[in-house]
Every structure is written in C-alpha cells, then in structure tokens.
Design a protein around this ligand. Structure first.
Ligand SMILES: C[S@@+](CC[C@H](N)C(=O)[O-])C[C@H]1O[C@@H](n2cnc3c(N)ncnc32)[C@H](O)[C@@H]1O
Length: 245
C-alpha cells in the first residue's frame, strides 16, 4: 500500500532504511544537494530560519552553530520529529510536528525558509508558496530542493534496491502523482516540470534569483567512481527566490 510523504517515513522499515541510507559515505544528499543549499543560503548569521520537512534537523544544529538567530523545523513524521527534537537538544532550535500543508504560517516571522527534498511529496504547492511568502519578512529568501523532474517523471526500468544503470525520462509533461518503490516501501510523489516550479514561485510573488542542478564537484566525493556516476544524470533541482522589499 502506497503512503503519502510523512506517513511513508513513519513506516518502521522505511525509517530504518532511510537512517541507514543517510549514514552511507558519499550520499547524494551530502555530496550534491547540501553543498548547493549551503552556498545559496549565505550569509547565515542572524537569520531566523524555517525548515519545512526538516527530517532529523541535522542542518538546524549546523545553522545555529554558524550563527543563525533561530531555527524552527516543521516535520510531519512522528519518528523524524522525535529524532529532530533529540538533534536540537541543548540548542535554541525548535521542532513542531505538523505537516507543511496544515501548519499555520506566522506573518513576516522568518528571513529564510528552506525545504530540502520535501516539497515533491506535497500535492498542491501553490498554497505552500503563498504561505511561505506570507511567513517571510521583506527581502527574505525561499530556497528549496526537490528530486529533479527528470527523475520524478518516470521510474521505469529501475528495480528498487539495485544500482540504477539507465534512466528513462517519459511522460515529462504529464504532471501529478507518481507511485514508486523506495527504501522497502511504496511512496506517493508529485512530478512537476522545471517550468512548473518556476511559475509556482513567480505566481506567489517571488523574484527568482537562482536555479541549480547540483552539478557534481569532485571535492565533495571520497570515491571517484561515485563522482563519475553522478555526472550521468541530475538528481536534484534547487531554486532560490526572494520576497520583494
Ligand atoms: C527526504 S526527507 C528530507 C529530510 C530533510 N529535509 C533533509 O534534507 O535531510 C523528506 C522529509 O520530509 C518530510 N515530509 C514529507 N512530506 C511532508 C509533509 N507534507 N509535511 C511535513 N513533512 C513532510 C518527511 O517526513 C521527511 O522527513
């Protein structure tokens, strides 16, 4: 039975596999996605940060160490929220267990909103973009990463748990629900085109400042073979936008 976003991560098997997956050397998160996010959200000092779908909130602890004024993580999975709360123990960071869709966004309360690999689990992103716009102070920044649309378009030809050798991009302009096997479970994701993400931001009133595809950089990899493999196809799309002053 397929599961939606945060419920998927509450599955015992999925949760255990996810934690194991994130602890591997040279994970795509550490080698590809995180360096781009860190680059795009500078400077961190003094910023009030909101993180949507924060997972274990490891980034929150780091951002507070870098001088962020505050960090609030929103997380829909009970298991993840519990880990995140532990991660932030003895810091000024906070976690709220709630979904991105149902949380009440305060007005002009943040300087930076991030969402790392969580928004492709959300069916309707227009209200989320409007809420983020509302929650940001003028000139505040919204930076998010999603699975790249060439990946979300189609998972044909891949057996979960095996090293993917070929990628099929198909039904690219047929957007919406995709159901895929991952981490020992079956998950619902939402495929959007690059253009869709761009327009969602524009329609919410944001000024788009940057678009990145996490082009692999050798210095982030321990293993040269993994580096070479990551040059085959983009895994992530990252967009940075700003609320006008
Ligand atoms: C791939 S993990 C990424 C976690 C973290 N952002 C990171 O990059 O390390 C996706 C996270 O988003 C959360 N998530 C997915 N859909 C959500 C929703 N609708 N509301 C809140 N959290 C959600 C999941 O529970 C999971 O913790």
């Amino acid at each position: 039975m397929e599961q939606a976003g945060s419920n998927f991560y509450d599955d015992e098997v999925v949760f255990t596999n996810y934690i194991r997956h994130r602890q591997r050397v040279d994970t795509p998160n550490e080698t590809l996605e995180k360096p781009v996010m860190i680059d795009l959200i500078q400077p961190i000092t003094g910023k009030r940060i909101l993180d949507l779908g924060c997972g274990d909130a490891a980034i929150g602890r780091e951002l507070l160490q870098y001088g962020a004024a505050s960090y609030l993580g929103i997380e829909g999975s009970q298991k993840m929220a519990a880990v995140a709360t532990q991660t932030l123990a003895h810091t000024a960071g906070q976690i709220i267990m709630q979904t991105i869709e149902h949380w009440t966004y305060p007005h002009a309360a943040f300087d930076l909103v991030i969402a790392r690999l969580a928004l492709h689990y959300v069916a309707d992103l227009a209200p989320i973009c409007a809420n983020v716009f509302h929650a940001l102070a003028p000139a505040g920044q919204f930076v998010f990463s999603v699975e790249h649309p060439v990946i979300t378009s189609c998972d044909r030809g891949w057996t979960a748990g095996t090293l993917r050798q070929d990628w099929v991009v198909d039904n690219y302009f047929t957007t919406g629900l995709r159901v895929t096997d991952w981490l020992g479970g079956t998950v619902q994701k939402y495929h959007r085109t690059v253009e869709d993400y761009f327009h969602l931001l524009q329609e919410a009133g944001f000024l788009i400042g940057n678009l990145r595809e996490a082009h692999p950089q050798r210095q982030h990899f321990h293993d040269v073979q993994t580096y070479e493999r990551r040059k085959r196809i983009p895994l992530f799309l990252i967009l940075a936008a700003r609320k006008p002053i």
